[in-house]
Design a protein around this ligand. Structure first.
Ligand SMILES: C[S@@+](CC[C@H](N)C(=O)[O-])C[C@H]1O[C@@H](n2cnc3c(N)ncnc32)[C@H](O)[C@@H]1O
Length: 244
């Protein structure tokens, strides 16, 4: 099941998507376990917080971008079983695991769709809300993804993005970086099965905007009331914005 990941992160924009897709395909079988171990289970708490920030209305139709194995999809349905939740991702092995989890837990209000979040196979104004977890760092074009998200949301709908960020306190950032860039590749390699993938994942934060810059990108993409909730001293952030 585990395929050999590419040896390096290609610099070409066109290749990056394929590289990311292959990388996630290689770690899909143990992705959930690695997440729980690397965050000592805190990732689930952060997801619950993100869902509270979204505050989906009962019976609403919610989209989870880059759904992976479906953690946010199932989190949303646990919070409110009346929701209809669609997960979209471009990595088939991740989607297969998500679909298997849905079958195992009889989650018939979850559906999983293959697609690139920069050009989604959904009509304009189709969703009452959207989430994204630990993924914006991995897309080829953040601004295009934000504009595309805005397109598929209905007026009044919120988008909530949970991801790793850059802590403003230098000492805390140094400590967190030690863990993120030093421990995660080694531990992720052991638990997740691919040292190269877990070396790439932290590095995707290096060129990612900091929390304030990302808030500005939300605004520039057209989201109103853009803001963010820092968690873990700002090492994690939940960005949110609304479609007017
Ligand atoms: C770190 S995982 C996060 C999965 C899930 N959201 C979670 O919270 O565990 C990143 C996911 O983003 C997906 N992804 C990255 N770029 C994508 C794109 N342009 N379109 C669709 N999916 C993408 C990958 O396939 C992978 O499943």
């Amino acid at each position: 099941m585990t395929s050999t990941p590419p040896a390096r992160d290609p610099s070409g924009e066109g290749e990056k998507g394929a590289f990311v897709r292959e990388m996630f395909a290689s770690i899909a079988p143990r992705y959930d376990l690695a997440n729980r171990v690397l965050t000592v289970g805190l990732d689930e708490r952060w997801r619950r917080r993100a869902i509270r920030v979204l505050a989906p209305k009962p019976g609403g139709n919610v989209l989870d971008l880059c759904c992976g194995t479906g953690d946010l999809v199932f989190g949303l349905l646990r919070t409110d079983p009346t929701l209809e939740v669609t997960g979209v991702d471009f990595c088939e092995p991740m989607l297969e695991r998500a679909a298997a989890r849905a079958r195992a837990h009889a989650r018939d209000r979850a559906r999983f769709v293959a697609g690139d979040v920069m050009a989604m196979p959904f009509d304009d104004a189709s969703f009452d809300g959207a989430t994204m977890g630990f993924s914006l760092r991995n897309v080829v074009d953040i601004d295009r993804t934000l504009r595309e998200t805005l397109r598929v949301l209905r007026p009044g709908a919120r988008f909530v993005n949970l991801d790793v960020s850059k802590a403003p306190n230098k000492t805390w950032k140094r400590f967190f970086d030690l863990y993120f860039y030093g421990v995660v590749p080694v531990l992720g390699g052991i638990v997740g099965g691919s040292r190269r993938a877990y070396a790439y994942l932290p590095n995707s934060l290096i060129h990612h905007p900091d929390a304030e810059q990302l808030r500005e990108r939300f605004t520039r993409a057209g989201f109103s009331q853009a803001g963010y909730v820092p968690l873990m001293g700002g090492a994690i952030a939940i960005h949110h914005g609304m479609k007017q």
